[in-house]
Design a protein around this ligand. Sequence first.
Ligand code: CP
Ligand code: NVA
Length: 321
Amino acid sequence: MIGKDFISLFDLEPEDLKDLLSLAVYLKKRRAQGVRESALAGKHLAMLFEKPSLRTRVSFEVGMSELGGHALYISKDEVGLGQREAVEDVARVLSRYVQGIMIRTFAHSNVRKLAESGSVPVINGLCDEAHPCQALADMLTVLEHFGRVDGLRIVFIGDGNNVARSLARACVLLGSSFVLACPEAYAFTERDQAAFGEHWGNSVVQVHDPDRAVAGAHVLYTDVWTSMGQEAERDKRLAAFSGYQINASLLAKADPSVKVLHCLPAHRGEEITAEVIEAPASVVFDQAENRLHAQKAVMRLLMADDRDEVLAAARAEAPIN
Ligand code: CP
Ligand code: NVA
């Protein structure tokens, strides 16, 4: 059973991720039916942002409101995490006011520290190491387009970054295979490789030739080459990744039924062309929408008082095999 927080998919068991997917499908369907939710009425989510955001900020805020609760946006300059005030103190103070904290920050250790020091659930809305909410929405999108989340070949072309790492772990948990096609200098680290355990070299692999990687792929995925906080490395990264763009020519080498995913924001003309974003194979806006449904599932499970009841309903209505 999923614990107090949602920080990294490496903390989860396969059943936890399947439960979250079931619940996301269930909540998405109820929203389409016009059901008004009230499970988080009277509850508050503090959202701490040390990096910019469109999707994460809006989907958490709207999601919280749709569940009957309220979200507060707190910018980097207001809190000064670890500078104006120790992370531990921020956690303890916020725990007196709100029933959940979402944080987007740099160091993964800040997210852990917040969770250990506070008494309320902490949700990782992206850090340098992980983007678990994104991977949950990604697998919801995959489920909708393929009718399953196991037995698929998901090929990530680009940087072995936070998004790639979380997605690879989601694939491991759900029984799909993950291929990272990247320049050698931007591969998964030895620490990452160890975290994949027996799956490393089997269902999780890395290669350096994108043309060969796309063969047999069900999904082609990419993310920016320069992540937030790496802006000073931009020129070096542009050069290193130049052969790793998802463009029409690469897409033509994949199966015609392949789907293209991107967590967004996209740097059109860098990691992906505008033509591919607009191509019928692209499902990037379904994927962006699914951040809302995925995170509502996370908040519903972590912050509401009726976890067992809602999980039973979701498992019955939308089982994930
Ligand atoms: N994909 C994603 O996390 O988008 P934002 O940075 O806009 O939140
Ligand atoms: N890897 C990107 C993802 C943005 C959603 C970053 O960390 O900036």
